[in-house]
Write a protein that binds this ligand. Structure first.
Ligand code: SF4
Length: 373
């Protein structure tokens, strides 16, 4: 555990929120995410962290975090963005989805501000990330869309110092706000939770189409590097038909070079009655993704070097070997930061953001405590 000290920032109080409008009946409507919560003064939205106050919208979690940790970038998961490097990761509290299978529910469903023990201004976070030797800062653990104003300010402080920004998000955000949010990001792991409206509606009380629009937007209208993750839940979103439809959509609308991670569910929150995802389901999904023509398909939350590694789409050579989050092999040539690479065996282009060599952070997780001095 690394102990950092930070002043109690004045920004810890509620700050004005963006993306809202006043309604004729006196309420205000939040226009940050497709829920469009309509609130009377004193009420909070479904995410619990945005509230109507004094006739306007406020974000109540600015400058407060549920914790900081230095993770391997592969844990986000991002396999084609600065492989092997450490990422300074943090989240706040609350969420704008209601997933019954949430794997982070103690944070995302928290309505207790006592979860928000650590306080840090944007500059303090960026400085702590630099001191920890990180190349990037990740907005993760809960969905950063709901703390947009804080995330964007932290991202700006990071960019000033040469740090990259990584969003781990379900992508449930309206068009006007997503331009600001994703414009601040350099890489995105977007959670594509399933591929039917019924799944999104019944398990997340959300809509698939909004998430697909966000994926298309990030891929085609921003400079951010995009990867996707689908948590496979037995009997809920893992049929051959659904996986074939999902992977065909990714190939058609995002292209063959957007990495797709299939990860294993474990019983949690309101889905304790469903067993963990068996490895054979992940291998089946991996095969379906490859058969659909996707170049980079991965399994996650299980230990399998074969489906956790990156292969050349041209000659099939293993280019980036991974043992859990440890880089065991590196065959990416002539890469410079911000550039894609190529296969050292046959020269085929490899999509991603690579440096000349892999980072050496390994699989370590290093909690960092920013305490009030
Ligand atoms: S961001 Fe929060 S308050 Fe705003 S519409 Fe979404 S759930 Fe409601």
């Amino acid at each position: 555990m690394v102990i950092e000290h930070s002043e109690l920032a004045p920004s810890e109080a509620a700050v004005p929120g963006r993306y809202w409008q006043r309604l004729e009946d006196g309420r205000i409507q939040c226009d940050l995410c497709p829920r469009e919560c309509k609130l009377r003064d004193g009420q909070r939205g479904l995410c619990f962290v945005r509230a109507a106050q004094d006739g306007g919208m406020v974000l109540t979690t600015y400058g407060r975090s549920s914790g900081f940790c230095v993770d391997p970038i592969e844990k986000k998961p991002l396999n084609h963005f600065l492989p092997g490097t450490p990422v300074f990761s943090f989240g706040t509290a609350g969420c704008n989805l209601t997933c019954k299978f949430c794997q982070n529910w103690d944070i995302s469903k928290s309505r207790q501000m006592d979860r928000l023990m650590d306080a840090a201004s944007p500059d303090q976070i960026a400085e702590a990330a630099l001191r920890a030797g990180c190349r990037s800062v990740a907005y993760t653990y809960n969905d950063p869309v709901i703390f947009l104003e804080y995330a964007v300010d932290v991202a700006e402080a990071c960019r000033k110092r040469g740090l990259k920004n990584v969003a781990v998000t379900a992508g449930y955000i309206k068009p006007e706000a997503r331009a600001e949010f994703f414009g601040a990001m350099d890489a995105v792991n977007l959670d594509l939770k399933g591929f039917t409206e019924n799944f999104y509606h019944s398990l997340c009380t959300a809509h698939l189409v909004d998430v697909l629009e966000t994926a298309i937007y990030v891929k085609h209208e921003t400079d951010a590097w995009l990867e996707l993750t689908t948590l496979l839940i037995p009997g809920q979103n893992d049929s051959d038909e659904e996986l074939q439809a999902l992977t065909a959509w990714v190939k058609e609308h995002l292209g063959p070079n957007v990495p797709l991670h299939f990860s294993a569910f474990h019983p949690d929150f309101r889905m304790q009655d469903i067993p963990p995802t068996p490895p054979k389901t992940l291998f089946r999904a991996h095969r379906i993704g490859r058969e659909a023509g996707l170049n980079y398909v991965y399994t996650g939350n299980i230990h399998d070097e074969a489906t956790g590694s990156t292969y050349c789409p041209g000659c099939g050579e293993k280019l980036i070997g991974r043992d859990w989050y440890e880089i065991t092999q590196w065959g990416i040539g002539n890469a410079g930061l911000g550039q894609g690479g190529h296969c050292t065996a046959c020269g085929t282009a490899v999509a991603g953001v690579f440096e000349h060599a892999a980072g050496r952070w390994g699989r370590k997780r290093q909690p960092v405590r920013l305490t009030r001095s």
